[in-house]
Unconditional design. Structure first.
Length: 256
């Protein structure tokens, strides 16, 4: 199935933790000529940056559903990320290029260097704007907002599918298809390794305060882990259908 459209939704979450209704705000048809594989919005939701396998990344006016600027490369864009103030965003392409862009001028600010493989997932520390990149080779690279490389280390034995900073900017979570690791942002020493019971990670998401991780496992279950105690808080029973994503509500009370 080709997923080349972008839907901008507002979800209503009931106390049972499921999305009961979605208000369709905007549909962007044919946003890409191939699958949309990366998407991020600025803090106000007024701008969206998307990445596709069609070797294009686009900056969008989310309110109008209009394209502001297109960026091209020789390969697709697996990850894109906005800075907390929305003034800059970062794109990563399968060609190995990582670029910081100025949102207002849509011009490149600097190219990030130091990665030894494709960066599949980007995360930006909302406190100091440091950038984390998770690589296909299992390495994590950390750059500051000016583009200077600060750390480059082997984090996993397989490709990294997810990176995320907590709201305090003190910890970084990285994940592969089989494990999750939590790192101390002061020195990037390893704090904890979490391995789901099924030893298979299909999808995951991290609560706003980074005190919980929801892990979709290969047996169609969801495990909830507490990152303060490094213990599993709960299991959500096996579902009849595959779960492709999970999302915490902004107050961390509900999971959809």
């Amino acid at each position: 199935m080709i997923r080349k459209h972008i839907l901008i939704l507002i979800g209503v979450i009931l106390s049972c933790g499921y999305i009961s209704a979605q208000v369709l705000v905007q549909t962007i048809d044919d946003a890409h000529t191939g699958n949309v594989i990366a998407l991020d919005a600025n803090s106000t939701g007024s701008l969206i940056v998307s990445g596709g396998i069609d070797n294009r990344a686009h900056l969008w006016n989310a309110n109008a559903g209009q394209k502001i600027k297109s960026f091209s490369d020789t390969e697709g864009y697996p990850s894109v990320a906005f800075r907390s103030d929305g003034k800059k965003f970062v794109t990563s392409s399968y060609s190995g290029k990582l670029i910081i862009w100025d949102t207002e001028s849509q011009k490149p600010v600097t190219m990030l260097k130091g990665n030894t493989s494709d960066i599949l997932n980007l995360a930006i520390n909302q406190v100091n704007n440091n950038i984390a990149g998770g690589g296909k080779d299992g390495k994590i690279v950390i750059w500051n907002q000016e583009g200077k490389m600060l750390y480059n280390f082997i984090a996993h034995s397989g490709e990294i599918i997810k990176c995320a900073f907590n709201v305090k900017g003190s910890e970084l979570i990285s994940a592969t298809n089989s494990e999750i690791k939590i790192w101390d942002c002061n020195n990037f020493n390893l704090l904890k390794t979490i391995i789901p019971e099924s030893k298979s990670v299909k999808a995951l998401n991290i609560s706003y305060n980074l005190d919980k991780i929801a892990i979709v496992t290969g047996n169609r279950k969801v495990e909830i882990w507490n990152t303060d105690t490094y213990t599993k808080d709960a299991d959500i029973p096996q579902t009849k259908h595959d779960i492709v994503s999970v999302e915490f509500s902004p107050d961390d009370r509900f999971l959809a």
